[in-house]
Design a protein around this ligand. Structure first.
Ligand code: GLN
Ligand code: ZN
Length: 758
């Protein structure tokens, strides 16, 4: 039996790529130096996989920013405005990813969206009416040759034509149908190139196949691949899917002349049943995604081996694979020194997953594996009792009743009461919470962590920052202030640290987008609040101003979605536990004089099941009530905000209204305010602050631009419901650009207020 890895993380075990890229952006190193870092990382990653004994190792899974963007560039999908900057290739690429503001011009970045049901964000390629889609890039073949020169045979991976067509944004009058022919020709050329380079296997990633597909989608898929596969070619094609099962197209898929098909057995609930029902052709390889690429728990060998043996009995030629790219898990347990073996022995990160693949391969080949040491160790681990139970949590959960999910009085009444109580102007201005995490802020936190400064010193420094931040917001004229979030490096980790049941890693970074990495906590056991978390900071911040200070919490859905979840209890149960813990914090903030509380649910949309038919039962029916449980206990005058970023939520607007928050702020500027129509259509009741500028880019928006955005918003949103704010938190931004942007924002709000007659 052979083994395959769909993709490997690329930022480096110690985030080398992130740091090199950031230096390059600041012009501290040259392009050559950045490229050299990339080259070294690729070499390390290939060798790690080779030494682990992996048979099918990917290349072109490396990226300087994002693989969708790479694919766009490979096929010349570069909007005119970026070409017109006339920058070197690498800088054009980064201009698309991050925006550009400099001597050559001023353009915004392309939109970013969540990659299916993960916390990874991809760049949305933009196709204009005159975009000439064709193969122009050579990254794929170059990386193949680079690996080859190191003595490593790889399979290049690229986003498949169907997924690419589906995920692009079409800005002109044409749609994806108009581009099918060009895309087909481009992929045909790519295949020819692969053949010229004597590439044995090429992997087309088609995760879009795990979403609902109708007849038209299936026809499009056929149209594409009938044509692509008709190119006479020596390279074998692996059609790789992940993040679910391909139930809508499976019977067709297995009829098509792919040399290999990759299916997900961990998230693909129906995968095995589909094989039972329709079989799997003997002339193809089945790449069986049995080692979970998305979670960090060890593989349960017995379960996996049973599936492998069942496939073997059916005579299916199986390659053991990860369920998706390992991009979504951290690199290695090697750097984790703080957690004891009683914990670490339960986990497998990317490198350890390579070991699992190899061990499983050997066991599967062994036939009578039950006495093998690797098997017995694994069996023992799963048989042992894990210390994760908390009696009180279960008691509390059992006492929740329906009324705990309902806030009274109803929102329209609350809105009147709050208007009076808070005395805010029309179009109130606010920010999403964090202010720039400057070097000194990070240094203070890490000095405290390392025990180099005392608790008092740590607090004193943060208080000074808070006081400065509050003063600056007052002077600038913002209406609802924030404390700046200097105490947290991450909106989930910070809360997890004060909640029982969470575990923390030291270096377990996972790429979120571009150079941004996160370190998701691990939910190990039952969750409860150990002590107040934010109260002290918020109360101090409020003491510095008469204006309302917004308390700032992370909601249960986001905490769960940005952590590695347990696999021994349901998501629903985990979310309820976290909701109760956050509820405690909400009530404490209120009790301590905080009149506005924001409960961020940045990740609400992201774990929405990929198939619409699963949305309610498998997610919204418990995620939305869990949010209500966090705030149903507050007084009518206390204003509850929530915030969401990225990703489309036009399709779940009623569910969002159902969270029963008083105000929601969300990402909008990168998606051209498309969401406004849906708000109107659904008679959205929650007050709204669609972000007026993009914070994922250092670009400073002009006053005129913000005024224009607000006027557009006012055509769709009632004027007593519109808030004025950026897209998201400001922590990744520099101070100068942030201050300039917010000044413009406040000025724009002032101008729009002045232009309104009562
Ligand atoms: N309050 C958080 C912040 O401002 C929200 C971050 C987010 O939505 N990702 O940083
Ligand atoms: Zn956000």
């Amino acid at each position: 039996m052979q083994t395959s890895v769909i993709g490997f993380p690329r930022v480096g075990t110690l985030r080398e790529l992130k740091f090199a890229s950031e230096k390059y952006f600041k012009k501290e190193i040259t392009a050559e130096e950045l490229l050299q870092t990339g080259k070294e990382l690729r070499k390390t990653h290939w060798n790690t996989q080779k030494n682990a004994g992996i048979d099918y190792i990917s290349c072109n899974d490396f990226s300087y920013y994002d693989m969708m963007l790479d694919t766009a560039v490979l096929f010349n999908i570069i909007p005119e405005r970026y070409k017109e900057l006339n920058l070197p290739e690498l800088d054009t690429y980064f201009a698309m990813a991050r925006g550009y503001q400099g001597d050559s011009g001023d353009v915004k970045a392309l939109a970013m969206k969540k990659w299916f049901n993960t916390n990874y964000h991809y760049i949305v390629p933009e196709v204009e009416d005159d975009t000439d889609i064709k193969l122009t890039g050579d990254k794929l073949c170059k990386e193949y040759a680079e690996a080859k020169s190191l003595g490593i045979e790889t399979k290049p991976v690229v986003i498949g034509a169907y997924t690419l067509l589906k995920l692009c944004r079409y800005t002109g009058t044409k749609t994806f149908r108009d581009y099918a022919a060009a895309v087909i020709a481009a992929y045909q050329d790519l295949l020819r190139k692969c053949e010229e380079n004597r590439i044995a296997w090429i992997q087309f990633d088609e995760p879009a196949l795990v979403q609902d597909m109708d007849g038209e989608d299936i026809a499009l898929f056929h149209q594409i691949y009938d044509a692509v596969l008709s190119v006479k070619n020596e390279s074998s094609i692996l059609l790789q899917t992940y993040f679910g099962d391909v139930r809508d197209i499976y019977p067709e898929l297995i009829q098509m002349p792919f040399a290999g098909i990759g299916l997900d057995f961990t998230e693909g609930k129906e995968t095995y049943n589909l094989i039972e029902k329709y079989g799997f052709p003997q002339d193809k390889l089945l790449f069986a995604g049995l080692v979970n690429g998305k979670n960090i728990w060890k593989n349960h060998y017995e379960k996996t081996l049973q599936v492998l043996s069942a496939l073997q009995v059916k005579g299916i030629r199986t390659v053991l694979s990860t369920s998706c790219s390992l991009l979504h898990v951290p690199y290695t347990l090697k750097h984790e020194n703080r957690l004891g073996i009683e914990y670490l022995s339960y986990f497998a990160f990317a490198e350890e997953k390579l070991t699992e693949l190899e061990e499983l391969r050997k066991l599967a080949e062994h036939g009578n594996y039950h006495s093998e040491k690797t098997y017995r160790d694994n069996e023992k681990l799963f048989a042992a009792e894990r210390n994760c139970f908390n009696e009180d949590v279960h008691k509390r959960l059992s006492l929740i009743t329906e009324s705990d999910y309902v806030r009274l009085p109803k929102r329209s009444e609350r809105q009147q009461l709050q208007k009076k109580a808070l005395g805010l102007p029309k179009f109130p201005t606010t920010t999403i919470g964090s202010f720039p995490q400057t070097k000194d802020v990070k240094a203070n936190r890490s000095a405290f962590r390392r025990g180099e400064i005392t608790q008092d010193e740590y607090v004193a420094f943060n208080r000074k920052k808070i006081a400065e931040c509050v003063r600056w917001q007052e002077e600038t004229g913002l209406d609802v202030l924030v404390h700046g979030e200097y105490e947290r490096n991450d909106m989930v980790e910070y809360f997890g640290e004060s909640l029982g049941g969470f575990l923390f890693t030291e270096k377990a970074w996972v790429q979120s987008y571009g150079t941004r990495c996160v370190k998701p906590p691990i939910i190990w056991g039952d969750v409860y609040r150990e002590k107040p978390i934010t109260v002290e900071w918020s109360v101090y911040a409020q003491s510095q101003t008469k204006k309302p200070m917004k308390g700032m919490l992370t909601g249960p859905v986001t905490i769960l979605n940005w952590s590695f979840p347990r696999e021994d209890i349901s998501i629903k149960e985990s979310i309820s536990q976290i909701a109760l813990a956050i509820r405690d914090e909400v009530l404490d903030l209120e009790k301590n004089g905080i009149r506005i509380i924001q409960i961020d649910e940045a990740a609400l949309r992201e774990k929405l099941p990929l198939r619409k038919s699963d949305w309610r039962k498998e997610y919204l029916d418990f995620a939305i009530p869990a949010f209500r449980l966090t705030h149903s206990g507050v007084k009518p005058e206390t204003q509850i905000h929530t915030h969401m970023c990225y990703s489309e939520f036009t399709d779940i607007i009623p569910a969002i209204d159902d969270m029963d928050a008083d105000v929601i702020t969300f990402e909008a500027s990168r998606s051209d305010l498309q969401i406004l129509d849906s708000l109107r259509e659904h008679h959205f009741e929650t007050e709204v602050g669609p972000g007026v500028y993009d914070i994922h880019s250092p670009r400073v928006p002009s006053v005129e631009e913000i005024v224009a955005a607000l006027h557009t918003m006012l055509t769709k949103i009632d004027r007593d419901k519109l808030w004025v704010n950026p897209d998201c938190g400001l922590k990744t931004r520099g101070t100068a650009e942030t201050e300039a942007s917010l000044k413009n924002l406040v000025e724009a709000a002032r101008l729009v207020r002045a232009s309104q007659t009562d």
